[in-house]
Design a protein around this ligand. Structure first.
Ligand SMILES: Cc1cc2nc3c(=O)[nH]c(=O)nc-3n(C[C@H](O)[C@H](O)[C@H](O)COP(=O)(O)OP(=O)(O)OC[C@H]3O[C@@H](n4cnc5c(N)ncnc54)[C@H](O)[C@@H]3O)c2cc1C
Ligand code: SF4
Length: 324
């Protein structure tokens, strides 16, 4: 590792002011499970001059329910979320997404803020010592396009640079399905609008903006949620595809539904065609299958990743049936 200055922030204001002082050359660190690996492997052409530790800000790790719903500090630990009884009961998709993230050690260190702000996992991009200076790093080409696309997007690339790396977060689709909002040091952003596709950045956060809280509305009666993930290994593995669903029914028919896939596109992607296919229908095998098929009708797989279409269909179906 190269040397850098380390700051223990005592407040959000101090962390923001440090970000501004370093003008894009500082990085926030929460659990460090993503950021420190990137730094050790020197995957990026630029190295941060300063790290700003958020863990020293008191009260940022809360997991708390109030009358409006669930409030999570950005430093809420994934393992704590996975085991909190109230999260498992009422916000099942999120508890399950946290439980299926990485390994026990990483979940003990990893935070919800770091999980949604983590960087992409394209193996060209992550190759040590910046071996592939690709489009996303300001280079001239995408190595994946003509290379190995087994784990890349099946729905196209980012608009400006054309990067086809997928978003790797497990909790992000759960937050979108549960209609969470992300409070930052500047504004409130719906989880659905938090992730980036216009340029090759993972979130819409500005360089001096910090996630300060995540809020999830309390589910109405008759609502269930679920999360499913397909990965090559049972533990310590990123999703090939994951899917979260939240469904409310009245008199046996779906009257509100939100389904979100991740691992299939540059950002977590709502399966709107699947939602439309299910609205007003009862939850059963045939309707869940139809919705799964609807979710992938606009897919445009690359040379190595056509198999992800079947995986996505199946996960959508499973998530719907689990909400029945
Ligand atoms: C071996 C391995 C396996 C993994 N498997 C999975 C997996 O299966 N599923 C999955 O989803 N993830 C996985 N991860 C990715 C990641 O480590 C975890 O998701 C973890 O939750 C990241 O949280 P963190 O607190 O450690 O993030 P950090 O590394 O501290 O931060 C990650 C990024 O978020 C930014 N950031 C952190 N907090 C904030 C904030 N409050 N405001 C603004 N920006 C912020 C940081 O600046 C940094 O850029 C894995 C990582 C490893 C190393
Ligand atoms: S998919 Fe994106 S990150 Fe991967 S090589 Fe291409 S431009 Fe780089």
């Amino acid at each position: 590792m190269k040397t850098f200055t380390h700051f223990n922030a005592s407040s959000v204001e101090e962390a923001v002011s440090l970000l501004r002082r370093y003008g894009g050359k500082a990085a926030l660190v929460a659990g460090g499970t993503d950021l420190l690996g990137k730094m050790k492997d020197r995957i990026l052409p630029d190295y941060p001059e300063a790290l700003i530790n958020l863990k020293t800000i008191v009260g940022m790790d809360l997991i708390q329910e109030n009358t409006n719903g669930l409030a999570l500090g950005p430093l809420a630990i994934l393992e704590d979320m996975a085991h909190a009884h109230m999260v498992k009961e009422k916000y099942t998709a999120l508890a399950e997404a946290a439980r299926r993230t990485a390994s026990p050690h990483l979940r003990e260190m990893g935070t919800i803020g770091g999980n949604i702000c983590q960087d992409i996992r394209c193996w060209y991009y992550r190759s040590p010592e910046n071996r592939f200076p690709c489009l996303r790093k300001g280079g001239g080409r995408c190595y994946a396009l003509k290379g190995d696309t087994r784990y890349h997007s099946i729905f196209g690339g980012s608009v400006e640079e054309g990067c086809i790396a997928v978003h790797p977060s497990d909790t992000a689709p759960a937050l979108i399905a549960l209609d969470a909002s992300i409070q930052t040091s500047k504004r409130t952003i719906r989880a659905e609008n938090f992730f980036q596709v216009e340029v090759s950045r993972t979130t819409v956060l500005e360089p001096d903006e910090i996630v300060t809280e995540i809020r999830i509305p309390a589910p109405v009666d008759g609502t269930k949620s679920a999360f499913f993930k397909f990965a090559l290994r049972k533990s310590i593995d990123f999703p090939i595809v994951n899917c979260a669903a939240r469904i409310s029914t009245t008199d046996g028919k779906v009257d509100d539904v939100r389904i979100c896939l991740n691992g299939v596109f540059v950002k977590p992607m709502r399966a709107i065609a699947a939602e439309e296919a299910l609205m007003g229908e009862p939850i059963n095998e045939a309707n869940a299958r139809t919705a799964g098929e609807a979710a992938v009708t606009s897919a445009r797989p690359l040379h190595d990743n056509g198999y992800m279409i079947q995986v996505a269909k199946t996960l959508v179906k499973k998530a719907i049936l689990a909400c029945g």
